[in-house]
Design a binder for this molecule. Structure first.
Ligand SMILES: [Zn+2]
Length: 181
């Protein structure tokens, strides 16, 4: 037994790995997509890009070519960092902040509209309840007014729910950390 040797051929699930080019590297020899395999390097999964589709398809165990991914990933990582300069990063964060602020402002405006509609409905209801039931004409008018206000309130509620659903589906879900990793 070679006790101090790195374990070879240890299977690491692709989900645990972090190869940058997973699923997008094309083999320069045959034009097939290359797959990513990981081996443990100093206890950490390190990617290898392998072209072995031919081999799998024809039941052969050879790889068309295999490239150690560590160095490629390093170069690509540096390129990404260069492209994603601090200015770009700050811009995208500013855009996100701006968007959140707008959502917040429009939410406040929703709350105000709802509050007002609730108040007016309550007022109409009280007016209706106060009127002498014998005074049918006035009573009818006030009841209709109350119903109308209720309808407005319900519609507003419904619109607000729709708006909130849209907001969730459109809301940006990335963070500074995710941009880098
Ligand atoms: Zn190939």
């Amino acid at each position: 037994m070679h006790k101090h040797e790195e374990p070879k051929g240890v299977k690491v699930s692709p989900r645990e790995g972090n190869a940058l080019l997973q699923g997008i590297v094309i083999c320069g020899h045959c034009g097939q997509f290359m797959t990513v395999h990981y081996h443990l390097y100093r206890g950490k999964p390190s990617p290898d890009y392998m072209c072995q589709r031919e081999g799998i398809q024809h039941g052969k165990s050879f790889a068309c070519q295999a490239i150690v991914g560590k160095h490629i990933d390093k170069a690509i990582g540096e390129l990404i960092v260069e492209l994603m300069s601090p200015v770009t990063l700050e811009l995208s964060i500013a855009v996100q902040k701006e968007r959140e602020q707008r959502w917040q402002e429009s939410d406040q405006s929703w709350q105000q509209q709802l509050e007002r509609a609730r108040y007016e409905t309550e007022l109409a209801k009280r007016r209706y309840l106060k009127v002498d039931p014998d005074n049918r004409l006035v009573s009818c008018t006030l009841e209709a007014d109350w119903n109308e206000k209720l309808e407005v309130l319900n519609k507003l509620h419904e619109e607000h729910e729709n708006y909130k659903t849209q907001k969730i589906s459109k809301s940006p879900n990335y963070s500074k950390k995710k941009l880098w990793n």
